[in-house]
Ligand binder design. Sequence first.
Ligand code: ZN
Length: 175
Amino acid sequence: MSSERIHTCTNCGEPAVFERRRYHYLESGISNLYLQGVEVAECLQCRESEVVLPRLEKLHRAIALALANSPARLTGEQLRFLRKHLGLSGEQLGRYLHTDKTKISKWESGEDPIGPSTDRLIRLLVAALDNELRPGVSAIAEHLPQILDESGKVWELQVDVSTLQSTFVSVSRAA
Ligand SMILES: [Zn+2]
């Protein structure tokens, strides 16, 4: 696709080539999130690589939608991502969930597990408070009975940056 494009390395000024790769998107704050088809410019000289993530808002909305449809209970880091996507402070989210920012912070750090009812309410809030996700709220509601609360599985979320399609893949449990 864009493998022929030439980019100048910001580190050494030599030409860099673009490649599309699978990228572990740690900047999202979510450990098991991988982006497919990400453009990475790698310098042939110094090996510095730069990741190009266009349409960040659309990408983050696709991730938020995927999380709202997650097969498993939301994790703390997923909650933090969703809260930030909605542009809410811990205190603001606490008002919606009838709790305080200390509790939100404990959920987000993994110190306290997110209860099953709260998990479901958060997913509906994501759809209700994001204008572009609102039309999908009934699909999210229909998914709620299928959430696995105690699956014991580790899920990896994969999002294709071109199509914005997402997939949850069950990966073997860490020993
Ligand atoms: Zn370089």
